[in-house]
Ligand binder design. Structure first.
Ligand code: ATP
Length: 575
């Protein structure tokens, strides 16, 4: 059947419509220009009429008759005088044109005195950095013209810079990190401390743009984020860096905020995460936030070297296989995690060879969250036992294919105590709290794009996924709900996200701090991992593992005692 061509309006209608719209817009603009005097006079007449009616309303009633008489007399005289009506019309039109003129005050041109002073002093401060004696036509010279050096600037209501573009001579070594750092340091001091600045170096055009950044929101509470399977929200960042936004509820209002989303799973290029920060900067909070999101679709093993019971709220919850605070429990759980990773790998490979999809029990995400493993390293060395970190080798190396994700958090000064496996395989990185430029660069592998400030709220830092850009980040407030210092709203937000309990109520006690007794395993954990110290003697909820501990990881040399593993964990292993 022959095809009939589409009517032209449908085939290239879009272009035609756009052209017609453009034509109409040009015609309207032309007409406005031509009719401008009439528009002004009409506006003036309206204003005169409004003034007249206001005056009439303000005139007392007993004087209105006299006023009317006066007006009528004036009209009569004007009508009788030669050319009177014509002169009257011209007078009224002139008055209307004067009244109808555009009265919006012209935008202030240029900076005021104090702003000029700021620009001048900044220019003078830059002279030693951007000039050399041999330059025949220097852009920067003492007493020179700042207008040429600063083509664009903007001030906020407090009179400080919020945006500034700086031209610099082509010979400035803008490709060297130290040269840049010197300029950025000077600019952030001169533009006002206490704020964060973003610097964009345009090496081609020899331009540097400084932008003062608004603080990131610190009031975002834990909540169910709208994410796809395999996505975890690490925190929130600047709108300039991320295209996507997440709808968030904040009290009763809703708003869209750009997130830093970390993708895990078999296709992830950054399957494991390392979080570092000074004490009290929110590393445990970030792990708790990750845990609550992971529990939506996966299982969790938590190993807490800090031993302050910050994960007690997760003990015995659906999907939480173990929460370990003692060295023995940590070794047991991580040993199991190693076996489980190996088991999943074998199952996945077998299914592939047989042309089947991987079995469900090898696909359900397993998360291993390890907080402060460096604390265990000391304990293990003192006790002559194996460092639990060494048991992370297999999950870190092979976890991606087995849907096993490892998250490690520790203090910044413990970076050297982290094993090679942790450092090599954690390609998603977060640094929280105050950190020097060198520390940030050492952890993230790239410098921070903004000047670090001394005072930052907990949960503030930088994140980098693989070789991607460095993002400023604020972790959502996900406090320990058992902490008295927590606000009710934030506590309730976390409690609402916790899965239901699956263990008896006697497992609900908060863990005992490990500092008090190095091997102290909290009651909650003991109920799951009891039997650890008792060899093969089994108690309710525990099963002794029959695996050879020394065969766990290729690089393991220290022998490990055969220990019990959580009943639920073994169930998962054998299912
Ligand atoms: N993103 C955040 N928003 C609001 N408050 C936070 C955030 N992160 C942490 N906090 C608060 O800061 C305090 C310390 O947090 P957290 O315990 O997570 O820090 P940490 O780095 O694990 O420190 P430590 O190792 O000493 O326990 C807590 O009171 C916590 O509620």
């Amino acid at each position: 059947m022959a095809r009939r061509p589409l009517p032209r309006i449908l085939s290239n209608g879009g272009a035609q419509l756009a052209r017609s719209r453009e034509l109409a817009r040009t015609a309207a603009a032309g007409a406005t220009d031509v009719l401008q005097p009439l528009i002004t006079i009409a506006r003036g007449l309206r204003r005169l009429a409004a003034t007249a009616s206001r005056k009439w309303a303000e005139t007392p009633k007993d004087r209105r008759g006299a006023l009317l008489f006066l007006l009528a007399s004036v009209v009569l005289v004007v009508a009788l005088v030669p050319y009177g009506p014509l002169l009257a019309v011209v007078t009224v039109m002139t008055a209307a044109a004067w009244q109808g003129r555009d009265r919006t005050p012209p935008a202030s041109q240029g900076p005021d005195d104090s702003q000029v002073q700021r620009l001048k002093s900044l220019y003078e401060a830059l002279v030693p950095y951007f000039s050399v004696a041999e330059d025949p036509d220097p852009l920067y010279v003492h007493g020179g013209e700042w207008e040429k050096a600063f083509p664009a600037y903007e001030f906020d209501e407090t009179g400080r810079f919020c945006q500034l573009v700086i031209r610099y001579p082509a010979y400035f070594t803008d490709g060297e990190a130290e040269s840049r750092a010197r300029i950025e340091h000077l600019l952030s001091a001169k533009a006002g401390r206490g704020r964060e600045y973003h610097f964009a170096w345009d090496e081609e055009a020899n331009h540097l743009s400084l932008t003062a950044l608004a603080p990131l929101p610190t009031d975002i509470a834990a909540q169910r984020f709208v994410t796809a399977p395999g996505e975890t929200v690490l925190g929130f960042t600047d709108p300039t860096q991320v295209q996507r936004t997440l709808p968030l509820t904040h009290g009763e209002e809703e708003r869209d905020v750009p997130p830093v989303v970390w993708r895990t799973g078999v296709r992830s290029t950054e399957p494991h995460l390392l979080v570092l920060g000074q004490p009290g900067t929110g590393t445990s909070t970030l792990l708790r936030s990750v845990a609550l999101q992971a529990l939506l679709r996966g299982d969790l093993v938590i190993v807490d070297g800090g031993g302050t019971g910050e994960y007690a709220c997760l003990t015995g919850r659906d999907g939480v296989l173990a929460v370990e605070c003692g060295l023995t429990g940590a070794l047991t759980s991580l040993e199991w995690a190693t076996h489980e990773t190996e088991r999943r790998l074998v199952a996945v490979n077998q299914a592939r060879q047989e042309g089947r999809p991987p079995p469900e029990d090898a696909r359900r995400p397993l998360w291993i969250l390890v907080d402060r493993p460096s604390a265990f390293a000391h304990l293990a060395a003192a006790d002559g036992r194996r460092d639990p970190q060494s048991l992370l080798h297999v999950p870190l190396r092979h976890g991606r294919a087995a849907n096993v994700t490892v998250v490690v958090a520790d203090q910044l000064d413990a970076l050297d105590l982290l094993g090679d496996a942790v450092r090599q395989h954690t390609r998603a990185r977060v640094v929280l709290g105050p950190a020097t430029a060198d520390q940030v660069a050492a952890v993230l592998g790239a410098p921070a794009p903004t000047t670090p400030v001394d005072q930052v709220p907990p949960g503030r830092g930088y994140a980098r996924l693989g070789a991607g850009p460095v993002h400023r980040i604020q972790v959502p407030a996900t406090p320990d709900p058992y902490d008295d210092a927590t606000s009710d709203a934030h506590r309730q937000a976390v409690l609402d996200l916790l899965p239901p309990r699956t263990t008896p109520a006697d497992g609900e006690q908060a863990p005992v701090p490990a500092e008090a007794e190095p091997e102290a395993v909290p009651a909650a954990v003991k109920s799951v991992t009891a039997g650890t110290e008792m060899g093969t003697e089994k108690e309710e909820g525990t099963v002794a593992t029959d695996a050879e501990p020394t065969a766990l990881a290729p690089d393991d040399t220290a022998p490990v005692r055969t220990e019990a593993v959580p009943a639920k964990a073994v169930a998962a292993e054998s299912s």
